[in-house]
Every structure is written in C-alpha cells, then in structure tokens.
Design a binder for this molecule. Structure first.
Ligand code: FMN
Length: 192
C-alpha cells in the first residue's frame, strides 16, 4: 500500500507527516462512532469570534441514494476514484456572524476545522481527500443549501487505504507520486 509520509527536516508531529490525500479506498466502512469523533475534532478548531461557521453534510457509501447526491456534485476528475470512498461530505461555510455582519474569516475557519478533522482521521488510520473540484450550482440545488446563509466550500472523501494498483490512470500515478513542498524560505519571511 502506498504510504506517503512526509520527509521533514524538523521534528514535525507524526499525524502531520502521515496525513496525505489518498484516492484508493478499501471497502471497509467508517463507523458512526468514528464519524462523530471526527466531527468533534473538527468542532474544536479555532474560529473568529468562536463563530464555528462550518457545517458538514455527509453520507456513507451504503446509503446509496444519499451518497450519490454528494457524488453527483463532483467534477469529472474526482468522480472515478471517489465512488469507492467510505464517506463523502460537503463542507459549508456560514457567511454571517450572529450580529448579521459578513464573517470574513468563514472560509479560513472551515479550513481550520477540516485540518482538525483530517489530523484526527490520520490518528485513527482513516485517510481523507479534500476537493475543490465540485459544481457549486449543483451542490446548492441537490443539497438544498440556502445561499443566504451558507455556501459550499469543499467536498471531502474519507476511507481506509487500499492499493494504488486498484486505480486507473492518471489517478494511480498521482497516488504513487511523492509529496513535495515549497522550501521554507519561499513561504516564510522573518522581519528584523
Ligand atoms: C481547497 C482544496 C481543493 C482541492 N481540490 C482537489 C480536487 O478537486 N481534486 C483532487 O484530486 N485534489 C484536490 N485537493 C488536494 C490537493 O491536491 C492536495 O492536498 C495537495 O496536492 C497536497 O497533497 P497532500 O494533501 O497529499 O499533502 C484539494 C485540496 C484543497 C485544500
């Protein structure tokens, strides 16, 4: 099985090194208890005003009609491999704060919650893949989203890892390609 642990220069904690965006998922279901653990992990993320502007709409693969609703929102590049995910979900951002003002941090905070969810998943042997490749119009319609209140930000596929051999190209190659990152001096500037 393809495990793409990050080769870090510094002592980064294990779950950060071990998380990666997998595409090959096994038939094993994720229990409801484990899903609740993941959502609770997400809920403990930081957020502006503690507004917690995230919302998760999810379905297990064996709830076929519900799973298909989410799967149908995905674009062509994501549909082939996500059909084997144990769980699919849409992640929404709530646009406004309780006082009615726009929450300019909403999408940032959704990302923070997703990171918590993913790192918790990694610690439990569950792999995930965030996707921006979905049709927002379809998502709004199929998932009955009130766009005055919220908007879909990303979809996420979750499952237990299977062999990369199970995937067709180009996904197989992507599954096996080592992860890379920009060097720190490209993303960090120390002011003195
Ligand atoms: C907002 C966002 C949108 C993404 N959209 C897609 C997508 O539509 N399809 C896909 O295969 N991967 C998608 N990815 C996954 C990224 O390609 C992946 O996180 C990146 O290549 C780094 O790889 P790693 O997560 O394995 O470290 C997305 C990730 C994020 C955070």
């Amino acid at each position: 099985m393809s495990i793409k642990i990050a080769k870090t220069k510094h002592k980064v904690i294990d779950v950060i090194k071990e998380r990666w965006s997998a595409r090959s998922f096994s038939d094993k279901a994720i229990s409801e208890t484990d899903m609740e653990t993941l959502f609770e992990a997400a809920s403990w993320a930081f957020s502006a005003n503690n507004a917690q502007p995230w919302e998760y709409i999810y379905a297990h693969k064996d709830d076929l009609a519900a799973f298909d609703k989410l799967h149908n929102c995905l674009l062509g590049g994501n549909q082939p491999w996500t059909k084997n995910a144990a769980v699919l979900m849409a992640v929404l951002a709530h646009k406004k704060l309780d006082n009615g003002h726009e929450n300019r941090a909403a999408k940032h905070d959704v990302g923070a919650a997703n990171t918590s969810l993913m790192l918790q998943a990694t610690s439990m042997g569950i792999y995930g893949h965030v996707m921006g490749g979905f049709d927002p119009g379809k998502a709004v319609e199929i998932l009955n989203i009130n766009t005055e209140v919220s908007e879909p930000v990303v979809f996420i596929a979750l499952g237990y890892l299977d062999s990369a051999e199970k995937l067709d190209e180009p996904f197989k190659t992507r599954e096996l390609t080592p992860r890379t990152r920009k060097p720190l001096d490209e993303i960090v500037k120390r002011l003195r």
